[in-house]
Design a protein around this ligand. Structure first.
Ligand SMILES: C/C(=C\Cc1cc(O)c2ccccc2c1O)CCC[C@H](C)CCC[C@H](C)CCCC(C)C
Ligand SMILES: C[S@@+](CC[C@H](N)C(=O)[O-])C[C@H]1O[C@@H](n2cnc3c(N)ncnc32)[C@H](O)[C@@H]1O
Length: 251
């Protein structure tokens, strides 16, 4: 299925292009980086913060743990993990967009001098995680799995770097089996999300949300994928009135 985004960083020279490769996706996330946080707050009426808290709590992360936030973007989940692991723990926020990481890093400085010093930002690929096997006690991934070009490989990498018995929590839009629920999500994207994004000249970037959800996996398919790659247990929870979902999988 074709997914269209601008091929150049200048929206005035927009040319529809297939969004197949990682580079194009990285460029998209770099372009939206300056407005990403504000639009998430506005479009979800602040609810994304509740969903992110739920995702972190489902990992079972605790004081002193080593935690990884894959596809960390501007760092929301990393900051929540940081508070949980405390001064004896460590959080790595990994993303392949320099622009997203630079916003994460400036938020780290501005939010607090003392808190969040346990976070390190790493520029890297979710499909080739630069960490040893069994390194992390907990992993989060917020709105990341839907955006990687190879979802199975991303799950395999997460499994590899998790300790035995540890948990990953993967928050994303819920691709529903129910056609009414899917229509509601698509209606919101067409009639609220894209028009709001167009104010910032980012309509095509946010239109991509719709096709990426269509190409995503349902909750049951996500559970199946997790078990196939080797997780010992997997449960998908629908949250936010069924608009969002969280896959919780244990190594
Ligand atoms: C958290 C949100 C978006 C994250 C996001 C994820 C992506 O993969 C992107 C890709 C490309 C561009 C942008 C993004 C991106 O921003 C915001 C989601 C907002 C919802 C679409 C709308 C929510 C509407 C309701 C007000 C929520 C209330 C639910 C209620 C509890 C039933
Ligand atoms: C929608 S944002 C989510 C950001 C953040 N986790 C949140 O919940 O707000 C998706 C992020 O995934 C990153 N990403 C997508 N594919 C990636 C990959 N293969 N490796 C690393 N980061 C990736 C993008 O750069 C972007 O910052």
């Amino acid at each position: 299925m074709a997914t269209f985004v601008p091929s150049s960083s200048s929206s005035s020279t927009f040319r529809p292009t297939l969004l197949r490769c990682s580079n194009e996706r990285r460029e998209l996330f770099s372009r939206i980086a300056p407005v990403y946080d504000n639009l998430n707050d506005l479009l979800s009426l602040g609810q994304h913060r509740v969903w992110k808290r739920m995702a972190v709590s489902w990992t079972g992360v605790k004081f002193g743990d080593r935690a990884l936030d894959v596809c960390c973007g501007s760092g929301d989940l990393s900051f929540l993990l940081s508070d949980k692991v405390g001064s004896h723990g460590k959080v790595i926020g990994l993303d392949f967009s320099k622009d997203q990481l630079s916003i994460a890093s400036s938020r780290q400085c501005s939010l607090s001098k003392k808190r969040f010093t346990n976070i390190e930002w790493v520029e890297g690929d979710a499909l080739d995680l630069p960490f040893s096997d069994g390194w992390f006690d907990a992993i989060t991934m917020g709105y990341g799995l839907r955006n990687v070009v190879d979802k199975r490989k991303a799950m395999q990498e997460i499994l590899r770097v998790l300790k035995a018995g540890a948990t990953v929590s993967i928050l994303d839009f819920n691709k529903s089996d129910d056609s009414l629920a899917s229509s509601v999500t698509e209606w919101m994207i067409d009639n609220i999300v894209v028009p709001v994004a167009s104010v910032y000249d980012l309509s095509e970037e946010y239109r991509y949300l719709k096709s990426s959800i269509r190409e995503f996996l349902t909750g049951k398919e996500l559970e199946k994928l997790a078990l196939e790659v080797g997780f010992s247990a997997a449960q998908h929870y629908e949250i936010g009135g069924g608009l969002m979902g969280c896959l919780v999988a244990k190594r």
